[in-house]
Design a protein around this ligand. Structure first.
Ligand code: SF4
Length: 346
């Protein structure tokens, strides 16, 4: 049975320069999209038990209006049963959200927000083609607290073209001053699904490594626990939704381009126009045992739990990229930045 739901709302007012997600800027189809989501919900209804985590992401969910969210929530309530403490997250962006929409979300069972801050530096925000200023992001965070949210994630990026150690450290200081319960810090990677419009190169490898060390050190000082390569949380505030992904739990993804995974099956929704015509037409992949085992290993290594120790791991333990932790092998901070290339060799 599936206990975790993801709803993809693939609409943004404009494209960020680094974006590699599936979204589009024509907002006129939002209403039709919500209707299509109900068909998707009917399909997944029988596969789902009580829902323990719901994540509404995008795109920019906060471009949806209150009445559109109201229709979406009504569909979800009609089709699924939610646990009393269901972790319910909505992604919001500083310019498109405001205190009215935040209060409305809070009144409708949303108990966690994820704010796409990315940088608290005006030049980098402009380069990233984000709509907001650093002040907009800080104001939205405060508005979210005033609206009663006591579980907030902030997304930030490091290793971005033009970013230096100082601007990154400044963003980090301002973020920790806000004291969110959760911080997701992603290393910039140039888009692979679209043309890269940023001509400037990324900072040198040693600068990126220094940013990552600063991240780990400063967040440890600020009492965050580093529980996944890119994720830090105050005790007890780890994301239940993401823990399910990383534990390779089953989940249903509703919407255009959304992925669902249960048993050895992986389904992916069609892109918007086709999705609106036939929401249930999904591409299906059957994973082999080998693929599943690789995924489990990959995910366990990204988390602190690691994988059972083997003598062959010594190759990565000697240079200090991995270490033995009881009967397990785990990454060190130094090794986390190289994790993707190391994992394929393990
Ligand atoms: S807000 Fe997110 S999904 Fe939308 S364009 Fe920017 S990065 Fe992409």
């Amino acid at each position: 049975m599936i206990h975790s739901l993801y709803i993809h709302l693939p609409f943004c007012r404009r494209r960020c320069s680094y974006c590699d997600f599936y979204s589009q800027t024509n907002l006129s189809q939002k209403g039709a999209y919500i209707q299509a989501l109900e068909k998707d919900a009917i399909y997944f209804q029988s596969l789902c038990g009580e829902i323990k985590s719901l994540y509404i992401g995008g795109g920019t969910p906060s471009v949806f209006k209150r009445r559109e969210f109201a229709s979406l929530f009504a569909i979800l309530r009609r089709r699924f049963r939610f646990s009393k403490n269901c972790e319910t997250t909505v992604e919001v962006n500083p310019r498109s959200a405001n205190k009215n929409i935040l209060s409305f979300l809070g009144e409708n069972g949303v108990n966690r927000l994820s704010i796409g801050i990315q940088f608290l530096d005006a030049k980098l925000l402009k380069k990233a083609r984000r709509e907001h200023s650093p002040e907009d992001a800080e104001k939205l965070f405060i508005a979210a607290r005033l609206a009663g949210f006591n579980n907030i994630n902030t997304d930030i990026i490091y290793g971005f073209p033009g970013q230096d150690k100082k601007t990154f450290a400044d963003t980090l200081n301002r973020i920790t001053a806000l004291s969110p319960e959760h911080i997701s810090a992603y290393i910039y990677t140039p888009p692979s699904n679209r043309k890269n419009i940023l001509k400037e190169p990324t900072p040198a490898e040693e600068i990126i490594a220094a940013m990552y060390r600063t991240l780990c050190r400063e967040l440890k000082k600020a009492r965050y626990c580093h529980y996944e390569i890119s994720n830090f949380a105050r005790p007890g505030k780890q994301s239940a939704h993401n823990l399910n992904y990383w534990g390779r739990g089953a989940y249903a993804g509703l919407g255009a381009g959304a992925v669902s995974s249960f048993g050895n099956k992986r389904l992916t929704g069609a892109h918007l126009n086709n999705y609106l015509l036939s929401p249930l037409k999904k591409s299906e992949e059957i994973l082999t045992k080998k693929q599943i085992n690789f995924e489990k290993k990959f995910l366990a290594l990204r988390m602190l739990e690691g994988i059972p120790y083997r003598k062959t791991h010594e190759k990565f333990i000697a240079p200090g990229w991995m270490k033995k932790n009881g009967a397990k092998t785990i990454f060190t901070e130094k090794g986390w930045l190289l994790s993707n290339s190391i994992i394929v060799e393990l």
